[in-house]
Design a protein around this ligand. Structure first.
Ligand code: ATP
Ligand code: MG
Length: 274
């Protein structure tokens, strides 16, 4: 059963009756001011993110999973590049979920996902995720309806398992609109340094825009939970998108409050090392 989300957890709240098409992808909820000041705030928060991540890694007792979902060109790669820039790569991993291989398809859809969840001290970013199995799979009828319908419950249980066992979870949907996607696809096509990112398959999926919006809305409404909350971020403006993701990350890490572990010895005992 879908249930109402609580607006404090989402930058834009979404429930089973929301149409994502009605959410202004060019809006900037929670921020009023000039782009330059958003960029400045993002930089200030970056210093804090770097410090918090260093503590998380040193402490090695807590773990954070960030699930990133978006339509093609929605900015997943941009968020990873820009928000995490400067963070110690030792403690950050990115897991990317593409079309399943034959071996993956021969098993249940969570089989390939679970090995990538973060370990103690780590932040893992899922660039796409198990949600593809109720998004692209649903829109393209890759499995029968009766099968993907059951997956919301599996996903809720899977994420509850992770949370029960100590993984903090943040789920982010970067929301661009169809016109913005057209601009970004065109930009990829026109710029030789970005043509490698252009995928004709994206044009096929673009035809199913409204089916995707319904699939995203249902996925979000069905799986938004207190310990696995969704954040719907209007993402036409990249500066706002980065500011919003940075805010969510820093707030979450502040709340996790990782600490440098105290030494198991008295540093004074060693005096000055010659
Ligand atoms: P970019 O934005 O750089 O193009 P991307 O995330 O689109 O990155 P691609 O390798 O271009 O990465 O595409 C991955 C493709 O794999 C997407 O079209 C996605 O829908 C598809 N995919 C991911 N998981 C599944 C799945 N479980 N079943 C079917 N298709 C999937
Ligand atoms: Mg792609």
């Amino acid at each position: 059963m879908a249930r109402k989300t609580v607006s404090r957890r989402c930058w834009v709240s979404v429930d089973a009756t929301t149409s994502l098409n009605d959410i202004d992808a060019g809006s900037t909820p929670g921020f009023s001011g000039e782009e330059a000041s958003a960029r400045e705030q993002t930089e200030v928060l970056r210093t804090e993110l770097v410090e918090l991540q260093a503590r998380l890694y040193a402490e090695s007792r807590q773990r954070l999973l960030v699930v990133l979902q978006a339509m093609d060109t929605g900015g997943k790669d941009g968020v990873i590049r820009k928000v995490f820039s400067g963070v110690n790569p030792l403690g950050v991993k990115v897991a990317r979920f593409e079309r399943p291989t034959e071996g993956e398809m021969a098993r249940d859809y969570l089989w390939r996902v679970h090995p990538h969840v973060p370990a103690n001290g780590e932040i893992t970013i899922f660039n796409r995720s198990h949600y593809e199995d109720v998004l692209v799979v649903r829109v393209n009828s890759l499995v029968p309806r009766a099968r993907w319908k059951l997956r919301y419950e599996h996903i809720r249980s899977f994420e509850r398992l992770l949370a029960d066992e100590g993984t903090r979870i943040i789920k982010i949907f970067l929301h661009i609109d169809r016109d913005e996607q057209a601009r970004r696809l065109q930009a990829r096509l026109d710029d030789p340094s970005r043509q490698w990112k252009f995928d004709p398959h994206d044009l096929e999926q673009r035809k199913h825009w409204s089916a995707y919006m319904t699939a995203f809305r249902d996925a979000i409404a069905e799986t938004d939970r207190k310990r696995a909350p969704w954040h719907v971020i209007p993402a036409n403006h990249k500066w706002y998108r980065d500011w919003a993701v940075m805010n969510i990350l820093v707030r979450t890490l502040r709340d996790m409050n990782p600490r440098f572990p105290p030494p198991a010895f008295d540093p004074a005992q060693f005096g000055v090392i010659a």
